[in-house]
Ligand binder design. Structure first.
Ligand SMILES: C[S@@+](CC[C@H](N)C(=O)[O-])C[C@H]1O[C@@H](n2cnc3c(N)ncnc32)[C@H](O)[C@@H]1O
Length: 194
């Protein structure tokens, strides 16, 4: 399997999301960071859709809100200063099972504190909650990194999640999984349409 170019990995993940999203959809950005993925999702769901974005750092929430405001997209996004593991508590009952795409870009905030990273336990809880929240035909996308301390352990959790879904007969892709140590890879899990 060809390695994923780290420069293009986020673009590839965004394309995997926009291939699925339709105007009016609900989307989740599990790791808002600087807000670039959130803005992409917000554009794809249109003015009738909604995005829930999560980050545990106030700096990331502020960056994301700023980017969305400048782009004219803030009105269709809720930016939450809380862990993605609390996803199920944030979605309204009407939004549960209606999410078109849940996107995670793990690791640390670019240019931020490299010690504040996504962690295996909360990542696992968030991936499970996100998959549960998908609508039929919805897609979970997770960009995982192995080059920073703790990254390999977290990737192992993502891989186990992938294997469990593959064993349950779901469509699972592992794009660039460990062809080159230290490089990112992308997990895609699609929820069956029926
Ligand atoms: C690689 S960055 C995300 C980049 C972002 N998607 C963008 O477009 O700029 C990872 C982010 O995950 C956040 N994070 C770490 N643990 C988290 C958690 N439990 N819940 C939500 N976000 C978390 C970090 O604060 C960091 O901002």
């Amino acid at each position: 399997m060809a390695p994923v170019n780290p420069v293009r990995v986020t673009e590839r993940a965004q394309k995997l999301a926009t291939d699925i999203l339709r105007p009016g959809d609900i989307a989740v950005d599990g790791t808002a960071g600087k807000g670039r993925d959130t803005a992409c999702l917000a554009q794809a769901v249109g003015s009738s859709g909604h995005v829930h974005a999560f980050d545990i750092q106030a700096e990331a929430v502020a960056s994301t809100r700023n980017l969305l405001e400048v782009a004219g997209l803030l009105d269709r996004v809720s930016v939450h200063l809380r862990s993605h593991a609390e996803l199920a508590e944030v979605l309204t009952p009407a939004q549960q099972g209606k999410v078109g795409v849940a996107l995670f870009n793990l690791g640390y905030l670019p240019g931020g504190n490299p010690d504040i990273i996504t962690r295996p336990d909360s990542t696992q809880a968030a991936l499970e909650a996100a998959f549960d929240a998908l609508r039929p035909g919805g897609r979970l996308i997770c960009v995982a990194y192995t080059g920073h301390p703790g990254g390999s352990e977290e990737s192992d959790v993502v891989l186990k999640f992938a294997e469990a879904h593959a064993a349950a007969g779901r469509h699972v892709e592992k794009i660039g999984y460990y062809p080159t140590p230290g490089k990112p890879w992308i997990l895609v899990v699609d929820k069956p349409t029926a």
